[in-house]
Design a binder for this molecule. Structure first.
Ligand SMILES: C[S@@+](CC[C@H](N)C(=O)[O-])C[C@H]1O[C@@H](n2cnc3c(N)ncnc32)[C@H](O)[C@@H]1O
Length: 267
């Protein structure tokens, strides 16, 4: 039996009071994902696990015909409300469909691009979900996956620091969730190799790119707050430049590729 709480609204996992590094990370992750989807008039784009719908609306604002697929009626309700109140919108709104990622109610090859941002680690059947995303994308189209990396450089440094502390200091282990532990609502703790392995079963990968470096590094948020804003921004951009080229260290990895038809038929 499938036991997933669809009544929750994720307001606990979508941060509200953002630090400069969080703001930078979320904005870059969104820009990279949406740019890779290539939204423009005449293109049909699907946002899988569209949540409160902000990305689907942004794609529609760029002119694409967008569908947001989301199993939670509560999230879709919020998406409808936000979309109707979005001042940037001119023209068509996204359409909202209630759907699980592993059983998408669309014909094979019916979208030019499919995005799935910050959500695959919440899925109980992630492999089936990637297969479904590949199936509903046309053969020359693109699937874009953006996923948090729990083996980022920052996670590794924070874990090494905690292990050292626990070994050297006669203190009990820290309580509560540490940044490098996957939250309780995640089914999978992703790192780059696992993302690549799962994605490449159903996609011919064209892009594997990192976003942001250092998020969650001990002391990093506080240090940024004390720097002049131009210097902080420059530091975030320089680290992002490195992350783009070293996705295994990055805070988020973005993978994009064309569907592999032969692989998708077998599921
Ligand atoms: C952290 S939110 C991300 C939402 C959005 N993509 C964003 O970037 O803001 C994760 C979403 O995954 C959805 N979800 C959880 N399990 C799912 C599944 N098996 N299939 C589709 N969506 C699912 C949740 O309802 C939630 O909206």
């Amino acid at each position: 039996m499938r036991v997933i709480d669809l009544d929750r609204d994720m307001s606990d996992v979508i941060p509200t009071g953002l630090t400069p590094d969080s703001q930078f990370l979320f904005a870059r992750m969104t820009d990279v994902t949406l740019d890779l989807a290539g939204a423009e008039p005449g293109r049909r784009i699907l946002d899988v696990a569209s949540g409160v719908g902000q990305d689907a609306v942004s794609l529609a604002v760029r002119g694409a015909a967008v569908v947001g697929a989301e199993p939670s009626a509560r999230m879709s309700g919020m998406a409808r409300l936000f979309a109707e109140g979005d001042g940037r919108r001119e023209g068509a709104l996204p359409s909202w469909v209630r759907a699980w990622s592993d059983a998408l109610p669309f014909a094979t090859g019916s979208f030019d691009a499919v995005i799935c941002k910050g959500a695959i680690d919440h899925f109980d059947r992630p492999e089936e979900a990637v297969a479904e995303m590949a199936r509903v994308t046309r053969p020359t189209g693109r699937v874009v996956l953006a996923i948090a990396n729990f083996e980022s450089l920052a996670c590794r440094v924070a874990r090494a620091r905690d292990e050292l502390r626990e070994r050297l200091l006669p203190r009990p282990p820290r309580r509560g969730r540490r940044g490098y532990d996957a939250p309780s609502d995640h089914f999978t703790r992703y790192e780059l190799d696992l993302m690549r392995e799962q994605a490449s079963r159903h996609l011919d990968l064209e892009v594997v790119e990192g976003v942001s470096l250092g998020w969650g590094m001990p002391g990093w948020s506080q240090a940024l707050r004390h720097l002049p804003s131009g210097v902080a921004r420059g530091a975030l951009q320089a680290l992002d430049w490195i992350a783009r080229r070293a996705p295994a260290w990055a805070d988020v990895a973005v993978l994009a590729g064309r569907p592999r038809r032969s692989a998708t038929i077998s599921l």
